[in-house]
Ligand binder design. Structure first.
Ligand SMILES: [Cu+2]
Length: 139
């Protein structure tokens, strides 16, 4: 009888410890991801969340969760994309995302240090040819 209760208590404690460890590691994983908010605006310009024109500054190797608010700028592609988010040099690493109206989220890894250019490749309307934002990646 008494032994059963001790065993049960021990099991409960072990379960609690596992849950706690899981919660801590989840919190840690989330803490290492940086969220960057951008606007692909209706005037066909990329803007930082505060409306600034950039550059966007990242740290090489960091995990970046992009949250882009997309607004229709006069023209959209057949697939419904109103803008895209493309770094030509990094296309094969996932830096090529077509975006529809509303919020698009995607997670990427910051590349080696250097200067890059984020471009829109969708014919989005007036000003499209200059729709880009400089991106500086530091060590
Ligand atoms: Cu465009």
């Amino acid at each position: 009888m008494r032994r059963n209760r001790v065993e049960r208590l021990f099991k409960a404690a072990a379960t609690a410890a596992i849950l706690l460890t899981t919660a801590v590691s989840l919190a840690r994983a989330e803490g290492s991801v940086r969220t960057v908010e951008l606007i692909a605006d209706k005037d066909n310009k990329f803007k930082l969340a505060d409306g600034g024109k950039g550059p966007l500054v990242l740290k090489s190797g960091e995990t970046v969760k992009f949250r882009v608010r997309n607004y229709f700028g006069g023209e959209k592609a057949r697939d419904g994309a109103v803008h895209s988010f493309v770094v030509r040099k990094l296309r094969d690493k996932g830096w090529s995302v077509r975006m529809k109206e509303g919020v698009e989220e995607f997670t990427l890894t910051a590349p080696p240090p250097g200067n890059y250019l984020i471009e829109c490749t969708v014919d989005c309307g007036p000003g499209h040819d200059d729709m880009n934002m400089k991106m500086v990646v530091n060590k």
